[in-house]
Design a protein around this ligand. Sequence first.
Ligand code: F6P
Length: 469
Amino acid sequence: MPRLVVVSNRVAIPDPTGKGSAGGLAVALREAFQARDGLWFGWSGKVAANPSAEPKMTDKGNVRYALMDLTATDRQEYYSGFANRALWPVMHYRIGLSEFSRADYAGYLRVNRTFAGALARLIRPDDLVWVHDYHLIPLASELRALGVANRIGYFHHIPWPAPEVIGTLPGSQDLLRAITDYDLVGVQTERDADNLRRGILQEFEATQRTADVIVLDGRQTRVKGFPIAIDVSGFEQAARRPATHRLLQQTVASLGSRSLIIGVDRLDYSKGIPERMEAFERFLISNPGQRGRVTYLQIAPTSRSEVPEYASLSRTVSETLGRINGAHGEPGWVPIHYVTSAYPRNVLAGLYRIARVGLVTPMRDGMNLVAKEYVAAQDPEDPGVLVLSKFAGAAEQLGGALIVNPNDKVEVAEAMSQALHMDRVERIARWRRMMDVLRRYDISWWTDAFLKELAGQRRSGKARSPAPV
Ligand code: F6P
């Protein structure tokens, strides 16, 4: 079996306390190393005045971690600037929020080139290289320019928008060309795959060899949907464990006989958190009998707070929360509970299990693993109901959820009411439908399907010149 080299912006070295990162990418990639030895390369998350050109190496089990520090300018331009202020909003169809700067774009290309230089020295001829996330789109071009001819795959964890949308971003033509330096590109949904293939075909004189395969300048790239998944049985087990964490015990104690509605999201405008709070307010207005009988818990760990749009979102959420709780709360009942800490996976699993409704209503989302985790955590004899945005990638697989348009607060409010009133027979039938899919396409399916497909690709052809930095 060839050695696996994973590259991602965030690298999750297992925590000595056993807690580790609860993020979907971290869990998914750890699974990829279960059956394979390998190397995991990426940013250390640290800033240094004079970062070394060589990564810091750490061995844990069968994985060697190679971590690069960045300068403060690199972090600002590559991570906060181009990746999260220009690219992220466009990928999530929020063109109006995208702030492009040439300096940031140059920083993004520069960091990709630096990473490629350090990584190329570690790659062996037969390694399978698997790059993750939008921070690293140009990495394959940079590696190819250094003579790396290995099979290189890329997985895009966030949505890939329609060609007209991505076309608004300066530099998007370079990114589309750079993506064709990968042998295999995985995206979350068939819609994303179609958008990306159309983008390449419209922008260049490329040809479509088969439904999935695009050929540009003699190089062949396969673009396919591989919906990311979760460790279903691990999550089921975590949800069955007795509640020992303080948050879980307090939530159970304070709920009494009230029903719990839960939302868990990074504090990001793509997640639709203020919109969801307003939908809950609409639900309270339309269902006065539910006042004092339902609590909505929103867990929203703070994220990317150095990016102005995230700071502004944080203010909007606090204002919306304060207004709704002030207008509708009563002594002894706060309608919305809001916490910005991150909680470990087992605590979330326990909370999902006691929640009658899982509210997952992003305005746009690549997949949304919370939707899958909520389903996996349910009691098979008495499951809760998932209310899911049609704009989350998960909606392509989870037809048993109540699918809503998050832009319509009345529709989301009605779905909350329907979920709370749904009889047990229907809840079980919907849950089983979703669990069948989750069990069939779990995390080992995802890693195996992508890596098998990548290993089966023809070796790459000639290198192109990468974009100037
Ligand atoms: O969803 C895309 C993604 O990059 C994930 O891979 C990652 O876990 C998440 O966003 C968190 O973002 P950040 O690394 O900026 O905190």
